[in-house]
Design a protein around this ligand. Structure first.
Ligand code: NAD
Length: 329
């Protein structure tokens, strides 16, 4: 509900696997409902309407932008359409929840940010890992880390996967890397100063997109981050997601098993905390709806989407040029 007790009406644009995950999450939250479903594939939109309920399904996104009953849109399409849809949505006065990455290039990210600022709508980039409770706990445990390790490793992505396409997806490092760079940046509590990276097209030789990346990131606080991203093989011991923090005071924490487990060391004793489930998707949806209902900005804003992509793009440049990259802002 909004401050005037109004139920928020949402539209889902992109009714594929992630769109449906978000529809499922919202169905468990009071105060907001999906009213409209948009997909270039009418069948996908119809199926979402049938499964989650609402008022209509369409192939035309303009219909929801022109619909005065719609308060906010979820953009869960392929990567080339995130920025254009977000810009249209903002210009229509709709609040926005957008799947990662915000865009595959910085110009598109900045155009989204300028439109969001001009129109005053809320835009929340979907970085679900921020909402895993143990990530937040790790940051509280070591608020000023000296070293961070962040790794996201998948099994090899199929050649016919849309996310492997240079324009629609950008391949592993550009598609998923922003999740990892967002968390490294968040855990650092700082902004990047410089970066060097090595990697290349190792699992997809001859492809134009980089698929493996090992980067060293120096933050303004003095913290150093080591970022490993790729699709060489999903490590059974740590799981796909793995983070490690070291404090200057002898403390450390390791997050593993898809961030459901964290082992803490306070300099004397060691203990492990366990979460039963992965809570990121549900909690990020709760935050978006709550922020809209309370008339405030969510914890994650458009700048977080830009900064995560900026680090990925700097790593790509470093890998191709061999040069250290410096961040100006
Ligand atoms: N946060 C996460 O953990 C996570 C995980 C997987 C995917 N994602 C992201 O979710 C988004 C969607 O991925 P997915 O796995 O659901 O893909 P998907 O292929 O399952 O679904 C995408 C849907 O969007 C539709 N579509 C494409 N272009 C459209 C357009 N211009 N307008 C309307 N509909 C359009 C397609 O027809 C399809 O139904 C991507 O940004 C992806 O990176 C995030």
């Amino acid at each position: 509900m909004t401050q005037n007790n109004k139920e928020l009406k949402l539209a889902l644009i992109g009714c594929g696997s992630l769109g449906r995950v978000h529809a499922e999450c919202v169905s468990k939250i009071e105060g907001a409902v999906f009213s409209a479903y948009v997909d270039i594939n009418q069948e996908a939109a119809d199926k979402a309407l049938a499964d989650f309920g609402g008022d209509y399904a369409t192939t035309d996104a303009r219909k929801v932008f022109d619909d005065p009953k719609i308060d906010a849109v979820y953009i869960c399409t392929l990567h080339d359409s995130h920025a254009p849809l977000a810009i249209e949505a903002a210009n229509a006065g709709k609040h926005i929840f957008v799947e990662k990455p915000l865009a595959l290039n910085i110009e598109a990210c900045e155009e989204v940010a300028a439109t969001v600022e001009k129109t005053g709508v809320v835009l929340m980039p979907a970085f679900k890992m921020r909402y895993y409770p143990l990530i937040k706990k790790a940051r509280e445990f070591i608020p000023n880390p000296s070293i961070i390790v962040g790794q996201m490793m998948d099994n090899r992505w199929g050649d016919d996967k849309w996310a492997q396409d240079p324009i629609l997806g950008g391949a592993n490092v550009h598609s998923q890397g922003c999740h990892t760079t967002d968390i490294i940046r968040y855990l650092s509590g700082s902004e990047p100063e410089s970066l060097w990276a090595a990697g290349g097209m190792m699992t997809h030789p001859g492809h134009e997109c980089i698929d493996q990346c090992v980067a060293s990131i120096k933050f303004k606080s003095g913290c150093v981050g080591s970022w490993v991203q790729g699709d060489s093989s999903c490590p059974p011991f740590t799981s796909k997601f793995f983070f490690q923090l070291y404090g200057a005071d002898g403390k450390s924490v390791q997050l593993y098993d898809r961030l459901k487990k964290a082992t803490f060391f306070d300099g004397e004793k060691t203990w492990t905390e366990v979460r039963e489930d992965e809570e990121g998707f549900q909690l990020e949806n709760e935050e978006f709806i709550k922020a809209l209902s309370e008339g405030r900005q969510p914890e994650l804003i458009v700048d977080d989407g830009i900064q995560a992509t900026r680090i990925v793009l700097a790593a790509d440049k470093a890998i191709r040029s061999g040069d250290v990259q410096h961040f100006s802002t």
